[in-house]
Design a binder for this molecule. Structure first.
Ligand SMILES: Cc1cc2nc3c(=O)[nH]c(=O)nc-3n(C[C@H](O)[C@H](O)[C@H](O)COP(=O)(O)O)c2cc1C
Length: 191
């Protein structure tokens, strides 16, 4: 669904949710300048928050899940294995919409991830298979190699518990909270 950013957001919770899900549909992923970047927060070592930019790769409203691609050797995967709780935050300037999602992440690898790997543009493949593993200390800025390695490709599939949506579109600010346990019915909140 498309939405005219100059039009006020609807006063109906179901329509507002549809706009929120339309904001989670990834844009053109082959052109990284146009990809939808979000901030993924996990529970870091020792329980402190850990956050980084990621690209939104897919979303599924019926399952209420979103997919992110990563290198399985990145520290975030160890964090997620240790504690799967996560938050994903994004601002869609064009829609004047902030989305704050929380849920748990399942790391999908192997056969299940194969179709997504096959659909990646060649240029993206070396992002999965850096040696030494991402986050390792190296003696100079370029002391690393990039060799595509399908075994290192992982999908982070986040299944949502809830979604907090804030619209700054004129003429009034609106905010709604949706959660899985009430069937995503939603409730308006003071922004
Ligand atoms: C614009 C942008 C998009 C990024 N997209 C991804 C991504 O989709 N997946 C990913 O694993 N890392 C992505 N990164 C790199 C991460 O932000 C991070 O540096 C890297 O994954 C290591 O994170 P970790 O040490 O927390 O595991 C992106 C970085 C930027 C600046």
């Amino acid at each position: 669904m498309t939405h005219d950013m100059n039009a006020p957001h609807p006063a109906d919770l179901a329509q507002f949710s549809t706009i929120a899900w339309s904001a989670l549909v990834p844009q053109i992923v082959a052109d990284k300048r146009k990809a939808q970047v979000a901030t993924l927060s996990t529970v870091g070592q020792g329980g402190a928050p850990a956050a980084r930019s990621v690209v939104l790769r897919a979303s599924d409203r019926s399952r209420a899940s979103v997919d992110i691609f990563t290198d399985a050797a990145t520290p975030k995967c160890a964090e997620i294995t240790n504690d799967p709780r996560a938050a994903l935050t994004l601002w869609r300037e064009d829609l004047q919409l902030q989305l704050r999602l929380s849920g748990t992440i399942e790391i999908v690898e192997g056969l299940e991830a194969q179709a997504a790997w096959s659909a990646l543009p060649d240029l993206a493949l070396p992002n999965y298979g850096v040696t030494p593993p991402p986050g390792s200390d190296i003696p100079t800025a370029t002391s690393y190699a990039r060799q595509p390695d399908q075994a290192r490709f992982a999908i982070l599939r986040m299944t949502l518990f809830d979604m907090d949506v804030v619209s700054l579109a004129a003429p009034v600010h609106t905010r709604a909270y949706y959660e899985r346990r009430d069937g995503w019915r939603g409730v308006w909140r003071a922004p």
